[in-house]
Design a protein around this ligand. Sequence first.
Ligand SMILES: CC(C)(COP(=O)(O)OP(=O)(O)OC[C@H]1O[C@@H](n2cnc3c(N)ncnc32)[C@H](O)[C@@H]1OP(=O)(O)O)[C@@H](O)C(=O)NCCC(=O)NCCS
Length: 59
Amino acid sequence: MISSERKKGFCTEALKIFVDFLFLSQTIERIQATTDYRNTGSQRVLEKAGFTKEGIIRK
Ligand SMILES: CC(C)(COP(=O)(O)OP(=O)(O)OC[C@H]1O[C@@H](n2cnc3c(N)ncnc32)[C@H](O)[C@@H]1OP(=O)(O)O)[C@@H](O)C(=O)NCCC(=O)NCCS
């Protein structure tokens, strides 16, 4: 995403729509996501879209 368009809520809005689409169109009970552990921006987007942090995958 180009820097001038960041932190305007676009990624959160898009993710919420995608999550709704998946739960409404598929027979699923869970959606999971991973990020690099340093990527606090993506983690915040996931949190705002309703995801819950479950842990850190170690090597
Ligand atoms: C991370 C990224 C995808 C988020 O998209 P976005 O449209 O800017 O996100 P939103 O506007 O929906 O922001 C949602 C929340 O995340 C926060 N946030 C966004 N980018 C952040 C960052 N770099 N660091 C910390 N918090 C960040 C916002 O402040 C907001 O939280 P708030 O409501 O508490 O203030 C985007 O900023 C980006 O492209 N960043 C650089 C590249 C990158 O890290 N890409 C992902 C991995 S390849």
